[in-house]
Design a protein around this ligand. Structure first.
Ligand SMILES: O=C(O)[C@H](O)[C@@H](O)[C@H](O)[C@H](O)COP(=O)(O)O
Length: 240
């Protein structure tokens, strides 16, 4: 378990640019080692800006898209054509602009029963990643309440220790979500948390404090053999 790296950037744009460079580098290294790059996308405005940047030729031309395999660390239980869909957001921002084979895009099933969809998605993760179930890179955001992926405060998925993907009823949003669990997130080789804006400060202040207690779901992200990188902006760490 390595010490999380915290990188603080002037603003959200600088944070997203740094994340784009990092993504290209992590992708090239994984392909050089394993001939593929397995990555989990996340929802949220900060990850969305990263996807928009990756679609720019400066970045996309340096990525061997036919060797990139994409999953989603969480998804809203809505049709993929719905504006709430994390898949739709990344499709518009990135996937429609790069030559990635359709077979490399593993969209979360969101039709029928949430539990059955979660089981189906877990089976896809296992089929692609194999026994290790270890993503090369898992991208995550953090909500103002300290949630990450769809690991919301007070939800039963927080105590899930076996399953890799589970359905979760989010009372505060009155919706179902399909989310990676801590066991899957914490198998990642690298986790990059993209957290910008002053509204994140109240939670970050508590979790970055000395001898911080476990108060928020994002604190459960701790890859056993992987690296956690916080990509932050000044507003998020100062509140201004
Ligand atoms: O589906 C989701 O909503 C996301 O996966 C969620 O976990 C998101 O990453 C955070 O809410 C941060 O979102 P912002 O970056 O927009 O604050």
């Amino acid at each position: 378990m390595s010490t999380p790296v915290k990188l603080i950037w002037k603003d959200k744009e600088a944070l997203s640019l740094a994340a784009a460079y990092y993504f290209v580098d992590a992708c090239a290294k994984s392909i050089a080692t394993n001939d593929r790059f397995t990555v989990a996308f996340s929802g949220g405005s900060t990850p969305k800006r990263l996807f928009e940047l990756l679609a720019l030729p400066e970045f996309s031309s340096n990525i061997d898209w036919k060797k990139v395999f994409i999953f989603w660390s969480d998804e809203r239980f809505v049709p993929h054509t719905n504006d709430e869909s994390n898949y739709k957001t990344s499709k518009i921002a990135l996937l429609d602009h790069v030559k990635i084979p359709k077979k490399n895009i593993f969209v979360t099933p969101t039709k029928g029963e949430p539990a059955a969809c979660a089981a189906e998605y877990e089976a896809s993760v296992k089929a692609v990643l194999g026994k290790s179930a270890s993503f090369d890179l898992t991208l995550l955001g953090m909500g103002d309440d300290g949630h990450t992926a769809s690991l919301f405060p007070g939800t039963t998925i927080l105590s899930e220790q076996k399953r890799l993907v589970k359905e979760v009823w989010v009372e505060s949003k009155q919706t179902w979500r399909i989310s990676f669990t801590y066991p899957l997130i914490n198998k990642s080789k690298q986790v990059m948390l993209l957290v910008g804006d002053a509204n994140k400060y109240p939670v970050l202040k508590k979790i970055f404090a000395k001898n911080a207690k476990y108060l928020f779901p994002v604190q459960g992200v701790n890859p056993a053999k992987g690296q956690t990188i916080w990509m932050l902006d000044e507003a998020a760490v100062t509140g201004q």
